[in-house]
Design a binder for this molecule. Structure first.
Ligand SMILES: C[S@@+](CC[C@H](N)C(=O)[O-])C[C@H]1O[C@@H](n2cnc3c(N)ncnc32)[C@H](O)[C@@H]1O
Length: 205
């Protein structure tokens, strides 16, 4: 199900320094997400990267389990959380497919800029479904490269062979929404902040 953490370990320092591409859209995603939080929410984020989103949401929930399979990304995330005085995030180095947590543990699970990076998105979405409490929410933001840059389908595998790019999957926003529905969710909110990008709030039913 997984790609390799090696690429992301190498990228971590540069990723931490790169600015958010569309700050207004990012702030809107944070705002919408918080509509689904309460002070006692148990939250999980997979592919949390350098922790920016988890750290920003932490004051609005009881606890966040923030996971990523890159230890270098997590080193940066832990440093940022400590600097921000945030103590209700537990960081865990694990691939989403190996995450060993009881089913029905979380009120909200977030996966941002990650669903196009896993080998088998259906398996990951099904796993997320199992980890959520009934009525819980899966909130994701995904680049759908089949909509805006399908040509990359032929270029990226070469880059991957020489370690320059990570595993990347190509699909449309509609195909992703279908995967989410098939796993047992209903779509509570969907938004296309830009062409080839989809933000989805899905309720576990
Ligand atoms: C594009 S970055 C996104 C980071 C963060 N979610 C954000 O929105 O800035 C993708 C992250 O997913 C992590 N990742 C990729 N595949 C993963 C997997 N199978 N399990 C856990 N983390 C993974 C990478 O290490 C990287 O930190």
């Amino acid at each position: 199900m997984s790609g390799s953490p090696r690429f992301w370990d190498r990228m971590a320092a540069r990723y931490a320094k790169s600015p958010i591409r569309n700050e207004a859209a990012y702030q809107e995603k944070l705002r919408i997400t918080r509509e689904y939080f309460s002070a006692d929410s148990q939250v999980m984020e997979f592919g949390c990267g350098t922790g920016t989103t988890a750290i920003s949401h932490a004051p609005f929930v009881e606890h966040i389990l923030a996971t990523d399979f890159s230890s270098k990304m997590l080193d940066i995330a832990r440093g940022k959380a400590e600097a921000a005085g945030i103590s209700n995030i537990a960081f865990e180095c694990t691939s989403i497919d190996e995450l060993a947590t009881d089913n029905q543990s979380f009120d909200v699970i977030m996966g941002h800029s990650i669903l196009h990076l896993v080998e088998d998105r259906d398996a990951v979405i099904t796993k997320v479904h199992g980890l959520l409490k009934t009525g819980g929410y899966f909130i994701s933001s995904t680049v759908c490269l089949d909509e805006n840059l399908p040509i990359l389908k032929y270029v990226l595998p070469i880059g991957r062979l020489v370690g320059l790019v990570p595993l990347v999957r190509f699909f449309t926003g509609q195909q992703l929404i279908e995967s989410v529905r098939q796993a047992g969710f209903e779509i509570a909110h969907q938004w296309q902040p830009a062409k080839g990008s989809v933000f989805i709030v899905a309720k576990r039913i």
